[in-house]
Design a protein around this ligand. Structure first.
Ligand code: FAQ
Length: 311
């Protein structure tokens, strides 16, 4: 790589300019962005499954309409993100093939089952809450198409987080049985939500370079700490107990100290050994195969249109 080009690239990044698809960029920058954006896209797509599981069983028409809209939003996010990743030169087919073959990663969080309606509250509140915490800084990521996609995605995630917190609040303030169900969902989703931010900084192979290239604007541990500091008071406000005996306010740092994350569990889920990992990938592959006729019909329609135009 030409050192002058590299120097100019780094100066632009340091000046907080956006890098655009046709601009020169180091191959490693292209690679790591393609990796991060495609994993992010896969997460949105696989992320439809745990909640999709509850659309037909939502407790009221209002809840059903909201959940349907939310899951549709996730599909939209996935499609934006695939488009952003494609501008870096990898085709959507290649990315989808990597997901279906088990080669590509997607967020660990979507490998946990949704056992009760309260899980839908917990996902909106905690999972979308963690997603926003991570994505707000990405609106200033150095790659233009990714940064711009994040603007709309964050607006929608903010609605998702509120609807989840509202479900959680209603259940936590409902009957004893509803409160118990909400606490149980909170217990099961709390730690996996903290794992969404990725490994600790001193064990995160990509963080240092991604921070230098301003792909990431805050580190995994910084974002995780912010999430804990914002979410603990929200839990207290609705009368839920954070399932962490070591959680304690630390006056000096102005944040909470919290217990140790089970990193063994994290790495086993990253490796594809999550509780419902197999079901998730099977569901995606099935959807792809069973709906092949839709893609074929769309292509046939387009071919006819082109033929008519040529005639
Ligand atoms: N799960 O060196 P680092 C959503 C991998 S939100 C699986 O720290 P990096 C919205 C990592 O890829 C969820 N793998 O990596 C929604 C790397 O492996 P690689 C998606 C993980 O990239 C809500 C290795 O470990 N959000 O979908 C995880 O600097 C509700 C070493 O890690 C995003 O993707 C994990 N949790 O930092 C949808 C946000 N953590 O690739 C539906 C954008 C780490 O070298 C319902 N991504 N790994 O083989 C990011 O900000 C970053 O990629 C991190 C990881 C922070 C996730």
């Amino acid at each position: 790589e030409d050192p002058a080009l590299l120097e100019a690239f780094e100066a632009r990044v340091a000046a907080d300019e956006f890098i655009e698809p046709k601009d020169w960029m180091p191959e490693a920058y292209r690679r790591t962005l393609t990796r991060q954006i495609s994993q992010h896209a896969h997460s949105e797509i696989v992320g439809m499954l745990p909640e999709g599981n509850w659309i037909t069983r939502a407790p009221s028409l209002r809840r059903k309409a909201i959940l349907l809209a939310k899951v549709q939003d996730e599909a939209g996010h996935g499609l934006y993100l695939y488009c952003a990743a494609e501008t870096l030169g990898t085709s959507r087919e290649e990315m989808i093939e990597a997901l279906h073959s088990g080669k590509a990663k997607y967020s660990t969080i979507f490998n946990y089952p949704t056992l009760t309606w309260a899980d839908i509250g917990a996902i909106g509140w905690l999972v979308d809450g963690a997603a926003i915490m991570n994505q707000v800084p990405l609106q200033r990521t150095s790659y233009g198409p990714y940064a711009r996609a994040m603007v709309r995605v964050c607006k929608e995630e903010s609605f998702h987080q509120r609807q989840g917190y509202e479900i959680s609040m209603q259940l936590a303030r409902g009957t004893a049985e509803q409160k118990r169900m909400m606490q149980d969902a909170f217990n099961r989703w709390w730690w996996p939500s903290l794992m969404m931010f990725g490994p600790p900084d001193d064990n995160s192979p990509n963080t240092a370079q991604s921070m230098r290239w301003r792909i990431k604007r805050e580190t995994n541990d910084e974002l995780r700490q912010k999430f804990v500091d914002i979410t603990v008071p929200q839990a207290e406000f609705i009368g839920l107990t954070v399932p962490d005996p070591d959680l304690k306010w630390n006056e000096e740092k102005g944040g909470y100290d919290f217990g140790t994350i089970d990193w063994e569990e994290f790495y086993s889920v990253v490796k594809g050994e999550g509780p419902v990992a197999r079901e998730r990938i099977t569901a995606r592959r099935d959807a792809w195969e069973k709906n092949a006729w839709v893609r074929e019909a769309a292509q046939a329609h387009e071919a006819k249109k082109q033929a008519r135009k040529a005639a």
